[in-house]
Design a protein around this ligand. Structure first.
Ligand code: AHR
Length: 307
């Protein structure tokens, strides 16, 4: 390092400030907006110099951003991987440059865990399982088939893969549950609406919508209402996130149940950034604490909901 003689240490701004390069997924959902704000606010509060880059849901943009952070010699790189696969090459480049990497929100599927220091985020399989367990209880007394349509998140992303898996596991032992259609809605409202419209045309009987996030559920609600049906009544809806608009729809009876996914990762992330910058050991995995909401609980917490 170029220390001494008034020269700046790479990765540090003036006065030993830590520079953090952060590559965000995009701005696809209310969850993501809250996550970005949490990261930006906490970096400011922690006195960390944040270089923020938005990948617009494209892996190639994230790889480019990470390479640019390496070139700029940032102290720490953090990112929320759009998809699970295909990270080894660029992360080896970061390792060779001695820049520690932190995964936030989403994991990667590389078996080489030396490519990152830690992974901070939710257990998405658990979230999917909770949605399925709610369904099992809700339809405990149903005798005929229960037809489910599923709106998946971004294809190849950890939350889409894991939420599908956890849900499927939870309903597997009950043969009346049939997933009759399952397609990506890319975690956006617009796509959620579009795909739900197609489901409503192609399926003669839909009892339940399982949406991998609130935004897709909100888009689907528009489609259901557009088709002259009552969301939450004619078609039961379970989704994941618990952002304000989702919680409002839950309180209004248009969604039946929401499994929380916590986007407020900023403060914990900045703590980890400081630790890895100082060469301290950190746990390999830090799981976010989360809860679940039914309609009554949504009404109760809505006035204090931050995002
Ligand atoms: O990775 C977290 C997921 O990404 C959120 O559940 C979803 O809303 C977001 O787009």
């Amino acid at each position: 390092e170029a220390g001494g003689g008034g020269g700046q240490t790479p990765g540090s701004g003036g006065g030993g400030t830590i520079t953090l390069g952060f590559s965000q997924v995009g701005a696809e959902s209310g969850w993501r907006t809250a996550n970005t704000k949490s990261i930006q606010d906490s970096a400011k509060a922690a006195g960390i110099d944040l270089k923020f880059s938005d990948a617009q849901q494209k892996q190639e943009n994230q790889i480019r951003a990470i390479r640019s952070f390496i070139q700029q010699k940032v102290k720490v790189i953090a990112f929320s991987p759009v998809v699970e696969s295909g990270w080894d090459t660029v992360l080896k480049e970061a390792k060779t440059a001695n820049i520690p990497v932190i995964l936030t929100d989403r994991a990667i599927d590389s078996p080489d865990t030396s490519l990152y220091k830690t992974f901070l985020g939710s257990d998405f399989v658990k979230e999917g399982r909770k949605a399925g367990e709610w369904l099992t209880k809700e339809f405990a007394s149903a005798t005929g088939d229960v037809n489910i349509v599923e709106l998946q998140g971004t294809t190849g992303s950890a939350p889409a893969n894991d939420r599908k898996k956890g849900f499927a596991e939870a309903i597997a032992s009950t043969s009346k549950f049939k997933v009759v259609a399952s397609q990506t809605g890319e975690f956006t409202r617009a796509k959620g609406k579009e795909v739900m419209e197609a489901f409503l045309k192609s399926q003669s009987k839909i009892d339940v919508l399982y949406a991998h996030n609130d935004d897709m559920a909100l888009g689907a609600i528009e489609a259901i209402e557009g088709a002259g049906k009552k969301p939450g009544t004619d078609i039961k809806i379970v989704s994941i996130d618990a952002v304000r608009d989702g919680m409002q729809a839950l309180a209004d009876g248009k969604i039946n149940y929401i499994v929380e996914c916590n986007p407020l990762l900023g403060p914990q992330l900045m703590d980890l950034v400081k630790k890895v910058a100082a060469g301290e050991q950190v746990p390999q995995r830090i799981e976010t604490e989360e809860t679940e909401f039914d309609q009554a609980k949504a009404k109760e917490v809505l006035p204090q909901r931050q995002y």
